[in-house]
Write a protein that binds this ligand. Sequence first.
Ligand code: SF4
Length: 93
Amino acid sequence: MKKIVIQNESCIGCGACVGIDAEHFTFSDEGFSVVKSQENLDSAALADAIDACPVAIISLEETNEADQAKNEEPIHDDCSCDECDCTNCEHQN
Ligand code: SF4
C-alpha cells in the first residue's frame, strides 16, 4: 500500500502542488502544503504535482500493513476529544 508523503519542513509554500492537484493537496494555516486525501493515488494530476514540486519533497512511499495499522491507532489510550480520540494531548480542554 502506498501513501503520499510531504517533507513539510522543506516546503516553500509555492502552491504548485495545490494548483495542479487540489484533490490531494491543500495549504495548512501556516501556508505550507499538506496532504488532504490518500485516495486515488494513480491519478495523473498527482503524478504531475509530484513532478512539479520545485524542491522535490513529495513522494509516494510504500507502507506495510503493520505500519498502516499502527498509524490508525490512537496515539494515546484514554482519549475523549473530538480530534484524535485521546485525553492526553494538545486537543484536550
Ligand atoms: S509544490 Fe512542493 S514546495 Fe510547492 S507548496 Fe507543494 S510541497 Fe510545497
